[in-house]
Design a protein around this ligand. Sequence first.
Ligand SMILES: *Cc1c(COP(=O)(O)O)cnc(C)c1O
Length: 429
Amino acid sequence: MNTKNSEKLYKKGCENLVGAVNSPVRAFASVGGNPLFIDKAKGAYIKDVDGNKYIDMVLSYGPMILGHRNKNVEKAVAQALKKGYSFGASTHAEIKLAKLVCDAFPGMDKVRFVNSGTEAVLSAIRLARAHTNRDKIVKFSGCYHGHMDAMLVAAGSGLATLSLPGSKGVPAQAVENTLIAEYNNLESVKAHFEKNDDIAAVILEPVTGNMGVVEPTQEFIQGIRELTKEKGALLICDEVMTGFRSQFGGAQELIGVQADITCLGKVIGGGFPVGAYGASDEIMSNVAPLGGMYQAGTLSGNPIAMAAGISTLTELQKQNPYDQFNEVAEKVEGMLLTSANKYGVELTVNRFGSMINPFFTNKEVTNFTDAQTSDTDKFAKFFWAMMENGVFLPPSQFEAWFLSTEIKEVELEKLSVAIDKSMGVVGSL
Ligand SMILES: *Cc1c(COP(=O)(O)O)cnc(C)c1O
């Protein structure tokens, strides 16, 4: 694989950018090697600056669910551009996207648009605290909720109850109200409620993508829903990744739970920077200008981003690709397991709708501790072999792969060949 131009740009990029990337997930640190530089993308494919073409299973970490440069989205964006880029005042487009979003999530009467998933979560947490007059938040190890201080908490070793900052620069005080629990372990949540009567909210990815794909058990998710209700705490579902991806109504619709506050991002902006948080009229009435919880944004509800969001969601409604995503994911799962079996590689595959990923472990993966039993060296070998064979994967064992509606029979055929060759490389280690 020729990556001469990427290497050149990487060196140049390091002069004025941090590690030549604007988000560390784009660095190839955990698989060894330097990040690729992308020139352009279309449909299911992405092309780097050396002309290598890949089936894109990163999809900008989720947003590009329709593949790249969907015709109708492109048209909508071009039209919006002609009218101006930003006004610092309301537009009709914001109302249209708000209606689409609120109709998709039962229990969501109002929504506020922001510019990223991080912003959606930090606002949702402020809202939960404002609404309950309580400060503590229960979060699960392995769930990612953006880079706000209070959510950058790693679980301590062993039992996940220690609240230690997972990043330099996060003051201990910033995470002292963050309680860590274990995913799919209801007892670990109950334990926090027994010790604390000032928990404002439990936040979780209703299906995770940030420790790889992990589905909640019904006992776990319904247990949390009942417990939060009983204790007067709110349930925040962070659907920044799963919203409009797992199902039009998010993962909540499929697992049968209704959050008090829902966070959205990624797909909702169709590739442009949009985040959102929404809830019932009662809860949202805390937000300024209706209430005393302040949250603002110069570019929030940006008309270009709204146009991309509206057209992406409208297209998803029209195509209703969710059953097909399941079928495609099932096929990819079959490819992974068949090849792993053929080459004697221990592998667990988790999937949910259009999110799927293999864990290089023989364990069932139901939480972060299980996920961490994966052999990341094997993943790195697999990753590079997949790249060599024309498939762009997230450069981490702990990220979901994403499907777009542009993955058709031809791409599945190519995936099958790439997976078999790459698993062969891992098997010969
Ligand atoms: C990506 C992600 C975020 C953060 O969104 P950004 O737009 O990167 O700030 C938050 N929560 C979840 C579940 C995510 O997947």
